[in-house]
Design a protein around this ligand. Sequence first.
Ligand code: ADP
Ligand code: MG
Length: 393
Amino acid sequence: MTKKSLRDLPPQALEGKRALVRVDFNVPLKNGKVTDDTRLRASLPTILYLREKGARVVLLSHFGRPKGGPDPQYSLKQIVSDLEKLLGAPVEFIADPAAGVAVTRRLPRGGVALVENTRFWSGEEKNDPELAKTFAALGDLYVNDAFGSAHRAHASTAAVAHLLKPAVAGFLMEKELQYLGDLLRDPKHPFVAVLGGAKISGKIDVIRSLLPRVDELLIGGAMACTFFRAMGLEVGDSLVEPDRIELAKDLLATSGKKLILPRGGVIALSLERASEHRSVAADAIPKAWAVYDIDAATQHNYRARLLEAKTIFWNGPMGVFETPPFDAGTRAIATALVEAGKKGAVTVVGGGDSVAAVAGMEDQLTHVSTGGGASLEFLEGKELPGVAALEDA
Ligand code: ADP
Ligand code: MG
């Protein structure tokens, strides 16, 4: 189901109106300073558009995980000056949403206000209708631009959306729904997915949802070792999920030839002894050694398959990419995605660590999802409460 976007609203729906915008300002902070403002910048298209149309912009976001109430460490006040610099305009801070209505009414056209961390109120994570009413009083219409929070039914993402009309997707949300939605609806073939990371358990539902849709699913990361065990291979001290071996057997038996496993791995005795690494075939992993990356033969094989693809989705690193040289496999996949993109493939990356692994390459990829958990749940085919609450197009 496609959702109505900010773009679909006529000028009179915005002019002079108070737009309550749920953004994701959950940025990393160190000593009260924003160390990475990617998320602030990602919300600019929506905020600037609203300002240009003469709307008054009231921003709502969660920030960190404060425990049971206000905590200065998690106050959004700390990001106000960064936001002002990016906008080139003053930002009014609303410390208490229950007392914020007057501030929002005083805002000039194009003015911007930021409400304190939604998680300072216990009703937020309970999707409490009373708190949602308090939030709703701060706006005349609702815009959700926080795709990364859309898998949670919270007062600021779900309940509030039912109280204001129109309730539409912001530009960032729209982009996520479009690119991720296309993967499920109508991907160009060959469609190749690459899945890696530590555990099968977190990715089972994505594997199940993607298998019927893809032409090939390339497996990497520690996850591959659980599949190796399912095939009866020795994996030494590699990270395995023993309770998922049966499931891996099942997936291998039912996936046809779509599941592609690494040909071999880069192994070491431990991460501390990374310099003593070597490469072995998948059926020659010695006891006491652990696989920390895909080997060169696998990189080569996966690259060749990716270069044939017209659509690629990637989630999860191929190895312990935080510890060189075990980042080589992950880098090789990132490079292959960029190359495939140059040949016309649509390339989409989603996840937490996989997104970190492509930092700096974003503009050479079609779409890098900002929603870690949310993008996976979306691809599992689940309905996200924050999306479901928006009006249909
Ligand atoms: P994402 O956040 O992109 O969804 P995951 O959280 O599922 O990815 O997995 C990332 C983690 O998997 C990384 O911390 C990485 O070190 C770990 N990992 C990948 N391959 C291996 C491996 N062979 N052995 C141990 N850990 C691994
Ligand atoms: Mg992760």
